[in-house]
Design a protein around this ligand. Structure first.
Ligand code: ZN
Length: 219
């Protein structure tokens, strides 16, 4: 796939940055897209910008304020606390339809820039229960995008079946472990790199890293 172009859905977090490194190795040309939906931390956009700059990839930032207006969640409102869902419930960070909208707009942008491949870091394994992160949803949307634009897009989800420790392992194999560790923002409290250590995103990220570093030492 060296002779083709990919668009990576990119938030500046651990997962999408790992996907960006994955895409850079796999495709000849790579561009990234970040969605601005007035997320709690505009720092997320700055962080994404810095990473794209440093890696020399073209960065598209699309305004998605409408999503904020339609779907208040812990990611878009200061007054909603980030917390895990009670049994059977989605966490307060769930934004209904977010990946549906993001991947659809990514498809439109991909068609504009002549990219056949769309890469997203969604994952079922460390799954917070978001229905639009499931493999079946991505496959379904892939078919819909192709039918809607009479295109042959391929949506790639390199993290779909791996856990956080394996995502760190993938970053390491791509020579990007330190980069991802030091320059990405996953924390719900807007603290770059190792984060606040307290929020669900930090805990997931840190537990995965600890697990991976332990395995790495043993070899
Ligand atoms: Zn945090």
């Amino acid at each position: 796939m060296k002779n083709s172009k990919a668009l990576v859905v990119f938030s500046g977090g651990q997962d999408s940055t790992t996907c960006l490194f994955w895409a850079l190795e796999k495709f000849k040309e790579v561009e990234v897209v970040t969605f601005n939906y007035n997320q709690r931390h505009s720092l997320e956009i700055d962080c994404a910008k810095n990473i794209a700059n440093e890696l020399g990839v073209k960065h598209h930032i699309l305004d998605m304020a409408l999503l904020n207006q339609l779907a208040p969640s812990a990611l878009t409102r200061e007054d909603i606390e980030v917390k895990d869902g009670e049994e059977g419930e989605l966490p307060s960070s769930f934004v209904p339809g977010r990946n549906l909208v993001f991947l659809t707009f990514a498809g439109i942008l991909a068609s504009q820039i002549g990219a056949k491949h769309i890469v997203t870091g969604v994952c079922e394994t460390d799954f917070s229960g978001y229905p639009d992160c499931r493999d079946i949803f991505v496959k379904s949307l892939n078919v819909t995008l192709n039918l809607s634009m009479d295109s042959q897009f391929v949506i790639h989800t390199p993290l779909m079946w791996i856990n956080k420790a394996e995502t760190w392992e993938l970053a390491d194999k791509l020579g990007a472990l330190d980069f991802v560790r030091e320059k990405t923002l996953t924390c719900y409290n807007g603290i770059i790199a190792d984060g606040c250590g307290e929020c669900p995103a930090c805990k997931l990220r840190q537990n995965g890293l600890d697990e991976y570093l332990k395995i790495r030492k043993e070899f």
